[in-house]
Design a protein around this ligand. Structure first.
Ligand code: PEP
Ligand code: MN
Length: 338
């Protein structure tokens, strides 16, 4: 359910409604909007008696949220969510770029990549310290040493760090080293992990499960939001289909569907979405045109030597060309690359 307050409702009136909701054993989620405050209600297993709330001062109406996801739904919050990451804000009109190697590499490579990104006007560096690998014999990531290298790269350059967490027990360590905590496709329905990052105090980049419907994806986001973390960013990274001409099928049509059903920002990962570095630029441009809030791509100074995902990893020249093309098409679309 959603309580919509009158536009002139006072802070005291909002507090009073929150208090009444909580006294009914339910959770209240106040959401200040551009024109009025709304208060989401979760935690009810049976219908709520509207008369206990609609009579309170400042209340305009009570609306039933029809979607199974509540806090993630556009019904609950009309305005697009904004998520701040260091100097960058994921918000309408901007288009954020996150880039870096698939895995944390040597200190020299991390530093070189961070400095290159900052020179390119990009301040968000990605790299996995904990890697979910299909084969137990593949490189598993540098784990805690990887986190240490990410921290030293940030300390040396000021770049912000996006890195993956795979287990609830790792969340404190990863959140301490990261500016954004990433949940990978294989963990989209790891519910203990979703609950834990709901309390981690850092923005969460939630990748779409490789066979997840939009509803399942938004229900996964709901776990994080219900835990009290409002800073959820979705990331489409391709899904499994019969098609095998690319590593995954990058589902760009999900972007406008996300925008229709949810206020959460959505990025696209054309590296994992295609699996081939020469397909990344066209799909990055298409992501911008489709209305995504940004992209996450894999880059490396020498992709052939990358410890993982080299085939889909762009070199620095390709990244520079991608940024030039993105800037060219961003302006007529009313977007700014950041
Ligand atoms: C990644 O971004 O490093 C990654 C492992 O991606 P995904 O979870 O989408 O496979
Ligand atoms: Mn990768």
């Amino acid at each position: 359910m959603l309580i919509v307050m009158q536009s002139q409702a006072t802070t005291e009136q909002v507090k009073e409604v929150v208090h009444r909701i909580e006294s009914m054993g339910l959770d209240a989620h106040p959401m200040p909007g551009s024109t009025r405050t709304a208060i989401g209600i979760t935690g009810n297993t049976a219908a709520i008696d509207p008369s206990r709330l609609t009579g309170l001062a400042g209340v305009r109406e009570m609306i039933r949220v029809t979607k199974p996801f509540k806090l993630a739904s556009r019904e609950m919050q009309v305005d697009d969510s904004r998520v701040a990451i260091g100097p960058v804000t994921v918000e309408p009109k901007s288009f954020v770029v996150i880039a870096g190697p698939c895995s944390v590499e040597s200190e020299e490579i991390m530093l070189q990549t961070a400095e290159f990104l900052l020179d390119s006007g990009v301040s968000l560096l990605r790299a996995g310290a904990f890697k979910p690998r299909t084969s137990p014999y593949s490189f598993q990531g540098l784990e805690h040493e990887g986190l240490r290298r990410l921290e030293s790269t940030r300390n040396a350059t000021g770049v912000c760090i996006v890195t993956e967490v795979m287990e609830p027990e790792q969340v404190d360590a990863v959140a301490a080293s990261a500016d954004v905590v990433q949940i990978g496709t294989r963990n989209m329905q790891n519910f203990p992990l979703l609950k834990r990052v709901g309390k981690c105090g850092k923005p969460v980049l939630l990748k779409r499960g490789m066979s997840a419907t939009l509803e399942e994806w938004l229900m996964a986001a709901e776990y994080i939001l219900a835990g009290g973390n409002k800073d959820v960013i979705l990331c489409e990274r391709g899904v499994r289909t019969f098609a095998n001409h690319t590593r995954n099928t990058l589902d760009l049509s999900v972007v406008p569907c996300v925008k229709d059903q949810s206020h959460l920002p959505v990025l696209v990962d054309p590296s994992h979405g295609t699996g081939r570095r020469d397909f990344v630029i066209p799909m990055a441009l298409a992501s911008l045109a489709a209305g995504a809030d940004g992209i996450m791509v894999e880059i490396h100074p020498d992709p052939e030597q990358a410890v993982s995902d080299g085939a889909q990893t762009m070199n620095f020249d390709q990244f520079t060309r991608m940024m030039q093309s993105l800037r060219q098409i961003a302006a007529p679309l009313g977007r700014t690359i950041c």
